[in-house]
Design a protein around this ligand. Structure first.
Ligand SMILES: *[C@@H]1O[C@H](CO)[C@@H](O)[C@H](O)[C@H]1NC(C)=O
Ligand SMILES: *[C@@H]1O[C@H](CO)[C@@H](O)[C@H](O)[C@H]1NC(C)=O
Ligand SMILES: *[C@@H]1O[C@H](CO)[C@@H](O)[C@H](O)[C@H]1NC(C)=O
Ligand SMILES: *[C@@H]1O[C@H](CO)[C@@H](O)[C@H](O)[C@H]1NC(C)=O
Ligand SMILES: *[C@@H]1O[C@H](CO)[C@@H](O)[C@H](O)[C@H]1NC(C)=O
Length: 459
């Protein structure tokens, strides 16, 4: 089943058009026209009824899904289109209605899984210099903060069965003319957003670009293209008590069920949406979920397993996308979990170590660290049942080989380091985030590949 299957026009419209052409001998020309007009109006209205009927069906389905029913309501990968009355052709052609996948300029080979591959050394990298991109936040500028080794910037991802298309910044900007690309999620997605900005910004002269922050939203504007690349902070996607983009160091995290519109209202009218969510769910094996608004006097908080809570959020996201996005206009991506490297025994290192002082990639293709496999499975499962075509950016495995690519101690520290910490760098190394330029440029090369060369099988 192709993800974006062409629509066949409704059979009622073609049979009705032949009815229109049938002459009635008994009637005068005038009466015939009148009758034809009535028939025409009837058909119009019946199309309306069809439309309403379809919408009702759809709403019913949504209701079923909101009840968090685990029943599969659609076949995997099936695209659902809300019919637009204007597109129902009353003229007699029976031609299948086709629509182009937005942003596609070509198709990839269906047999090629670009997320399955290996890292190869490439002298021509990095794709840009840290010092040439002023849009990287100081938590990710490793060179500026004294990182001594540079090799981590030279690895290129090589899929086993095909070549990745070369990242073309000009194509990205041209395609974004008059459009908005938005990343939504946590600090990992913010890193990917900054990487994307860095990958395209050198083509824009200084006076024609800017970056501004509006609360939870960061907007990079390419003025001459009337294009924006944006980041919206929503670490759980749903509303939570940790939503402040700056002050969010709460230990007792609570997520509110069914609250996606709170943030979702800021994601509308975008043309490319890239979601992620993972790290903030990792508080343990359980998560507190509020079934009432946070300001409600009566508290109704339940503990769910992390997997169930995460599944709930994924489903909320899908539902939001289906209700608010048009697959003929907007491409939606979901970036899988970003792995951490906090236990070096996992890759045969010394006990007690982490990513600190790691300068080599992991060569074992079967390596998997301490990350929760079940979460990757939940996101894969939920997305494979999506009716809206959402492209899964499965970056987890390929990133797990990159213990060398984290910011480690080479970043701006929020708080001054204590002598005790300084004496033991492992204790404060950041093995979650990634240096830029670096690994996350590859995530964007994969995004680029999927955006412009989608395979109809996996979109
Ligand atoms: C990059 O994209 C631009 C704009 O679409 C196109 O003119 C150019 O040929 C592309 N460059 C390469 C190397 O494909
Ligand atoms: C600029 O882009 C926005 C969408 O991001 C669009 O609504 C607006 O009409 C565009 N303006 C011009 C002058 O093209
Ligand atoms: C949920 O909240 C209760 C009450 O505040 C707390 O005792 C418990 O540790 C919390 N559970 C999680 C998983 O955060
Ligand atoms: C860092 O690694 C190198 C070799 O890879 C080793 O010689 C050095 O002692 C390590 N430094 C620390 C502080 O662990
Ligand atoms: C993600 O990619 C890895 C490596 O190719 C694969 O083993 C895994 O099954 C994929 N996961 C999902 C959910 O597609």
């Amino acid at each position: 089943m192709k993800l974006l299957a062409p629509l066949s026009s409704s059979s009622s419209s073609s049979s009705s058009s032949s009815a229109l052409k049938k002459p009635h001998r008994q009637l005068s020309q005038y009466l015939f026209s009148l009758l034809a007009f009535i028939v025409f109006v009837t058909i119009l209205y019946s199309e309306d009824f069809l439309c309403i009927f379809r919408q009702q069906q759809q709403q019913q389905q949504l209701k079923l899904e909101s009840a968090d029913s685990d029943r599969v309501l659609s076949r995997p990968g099936e695209a659902e289109i809300v019919w637009d009355k204007k597109e129902v052709n009353i003229v007699e052609e029976k031609e299948e209605e086709k629509w182009k996948i937005p942003f596609a300029v070509g198709e990839s080979e269906e047999s090629c899984d670009i997320f399955s591959g290996r890292w190869v050394w490439d002298e021509s990298r990095p794709l840009y210099e840290e010092s040439d991109c002023s849009y990287i936040q100081s938590q990710l500028t490793c060179m500026e903060h004294g990182r001594p080794d540079k090799n981590f910037r030279n690895w290129r991802w090589q899929p086993h069965r095909c070549q990745l298309p070369k990242f073309n910044a000009s194509l990205v900007l041209e395609s974004l003319r008059g459009k908005r690309m938005m990343f939504v999620g946590d600090s990992l997605n913010r890193g990917q957003f900054q990487s994307m900005v860095c990958l395209v910004q050198s083509l824009i002269p200084p006076h024609a670009k800017s970056m501004q922050t509006f609360g939870s939203l960061i907007v990079f504007t390419a003025k001459e293209y009337n294009a924006t690349i944006e980041f919206y902070w929503a670490p759980f996607l749903l509303e939570s008590n940790t939503d402040n983009a700056i002050v969010h160091k709460f230990n007792e995290r609570i997520v509110r069920k069914g609250s996606i519109n709170k943030h979702g209202n800021h994601w509308k009218n975008t043309d490319i949406l890239v979601f992620n969510t993972y790290l903030w769910w990792m508080t343990g094996y359980k998560m507190n979920i509020s079934r009432k608004p946070f300001d409600d006097k009566i508290k109704d908080i339940i503990e769910l397993s992390t997997d169930d809570a995460y599944r709930m959020a994924m489903k909320s996201m899908l539902r939001w996308v289906r209700r608010n996005m048009d697959p003929k206009k907007t491409r939606v991506f979901f970036t899988s979990m970003s792995p951490i490297h906090d236990k070096s025994i996992g890759w045969g290192g010394k006990a007690g170590g982490n990513c600190y002082n790691e300068t080599k990639i992991i060569e074992d293709p079967n390596y998997w660290g301490s990350d929760r496999r079940s979460i990757l499975k939940v996101s894969g499962d939920v997305l494979s049942k999506s009716k809206y075509p959402i492209t899964f950016l499965n970056i987890t495995q390929l990133s797990s080989y990159r213990k060398d690519a984290h910011t480690s101690i080479y970043k701006k520290q929020w708080n001054p380091l204590t002598p005790h910490q300084l004496a033991n760098p492992i204790s404060y190394a950041d093995c979650v985030h990634w240096c830029l330029p670096g690994l996350q440029d590859t995530w964007n090369e994969l995004l680029f590949a999927k955006l412009f060369y989608p395979s109809s099988a996996s979109s």
